[in-house]
Design a binder for this molecule. Structure first.
Ligand code: PHE
Length: 358
């Protein structure tokens, strides 16, 4: 039995010393393997008498189990250790970008429209939409521009072919038809902005046949011109991220507003550099006014009960002023180098809380 105890102790020591899975496997072969020390003792049982074999066999089996258990425990521990090491070695930093650099860019027009929407949404405006292909009623007639009105000539309209009844569809010349669609479909109070494409048959340094506008419309029972100016003042200071941007109304004429005003913002041109904000200069950014009673009537609203304001601004112009883009036509050149330079990173979505510009 001393012999058994010695072999047991040696076997256990061998297992305890094994510091790797390979060493542990070697320990298993050396003890429980075919030619192992414990197995060799097993073979010696054959030479014993039945009585001896009974007691010796039981103790030997106990040793065998003990060694097998020790090996299993050691193996589990070594497996866990190997896995831990592997996890550390193969660690993936999921916060790293998949590709070193995002290639695509958001076009300044999309970015500026998103910025405008973020600002007006904060003021409680909803986004409304209308079709690019309009009819005469929504683009002109309902906006108090009757068939023989000279304003129709001013708009350089793209017309589609004549239909059987003599009418023609057209590409909308401004976003104002969305005013009509909104008032026809919804009861006041109304507070919407409508960003989108507009078209005029005009092309030179400062005009492209397709451009973008953002329309604003507020209709309720008490909204007046002071609210219009306050809304625009709030908008321009937030948009240009300047503490104070003077806003000036210049008397003007639009058939669909009365009174009408052109909107100018303050700027300085010191040293040839254009800066939005306090200064001696003025820049026009859009048209505005109180919605004309005839427009309300055309939409089925009673001008004795309802009133409100509307404004329209050019998106490209706002983008040029804010981001110092000098040439309007480059917006539509699809030049990747231009887009790389003036474009925005896709995930930098403009928000008032996170910052409009980055
Ligand atoms: N629709 C006008 C334009 O395109 C702008 C405007 C909109 C003026 C709303 C007054 C009110 O020039």
């Amino acid at each position: 039995m001393d012999e058994l105890e010695k072999i047991r102790a040696e076997a256990m020591e061998l297992v305890a010393q094994a510091s790797s899975l390979d060493a542990l496997e070697a320990a298993r072969v050396a003890t429980l393997g075919k030619k192992g020390t414990v197995s060799a003792l097993m073979a010696s049982l054959g030479k014993m008498s039945p009585d001896e074999r009974k007691t010796a066999g039981a103790s030997l089996n106990a040793v065998k189990d003990e060694v097998a258990n020790a090996i299993a425990t050691a193996k589990a521990a070594l497996d866990a250790k190997a896995l831990d090491e592997r996890l550390v070695r193969e660690r993936v930093d999921v916060t790293l970008p998949v590709r070193p650099e995002t290639q695509g860019r958001i076009h300044p027009i999309s970015q500026v429209m998103d910025e405008m929407i973020a600002i007006f949404a904060q003021m409680g405006f909803e986004v409304a939409e209308g079709p690019d292909i309009e009819d005469d009623f929504h683009n002109f007639t309902a906006l108090n521009i009757p068939a023989d009105h000279p304003a129709r000539q001013m708009h350089d309209t793209f017309y589609f072919g004549e239909k059987d009844d003599g009418s023609r569809h057209l590409l909308r010349t401004h976003t104002s038809p969305v005013q009509i669609r909104t008032m026809v479909a919804n009861k006041p109070p109304i507070r919407i902005i409508a960003p989108g494409r507009t078209y005029r048959c005009d092309s030179d340094m400062t005009h492209t046949p397709m451009f973008h506008q953002i329309e604003g419309l507020v209709i309720d029972k008490a909204t007046h011109m002071g609210h219009l100016k306050g809304t625009l003042m709030e908008f321009v200071t937030t948009f240009f991220e300047v503490d104070e941007v003077p806003v000036r109304f210049r008397p003007s004429f639009f058939p669909f507003t009365e009174p009408s005003a052109e909107v100018d913002i303050g700027c300085s041109r010191d040293g040839g550099e254009l800066k939005i904000g306090k200064g001696s200069g003025w820049l026009e950014i859009g048209g505005s006014g109180m919605v004309h009673p005839n427009v309300l009537i055309a939409c089925g609203l009673d001008p004795e009960e309802y009133q409100g304001f509307a404004f329209g601004m050019g998106v490209e112009r706002m983008a040029m002023l804010k981001y110092g883009i000098p040439d309007l036509r480059t917006f539509f050149d699809s030049d990747l180098r231009w887009l790389k330079h003036y474009g925005f990173v896709p995930l930098d979505v403009p928000t008032l809380s996170g910052g409009l510009t980055r």
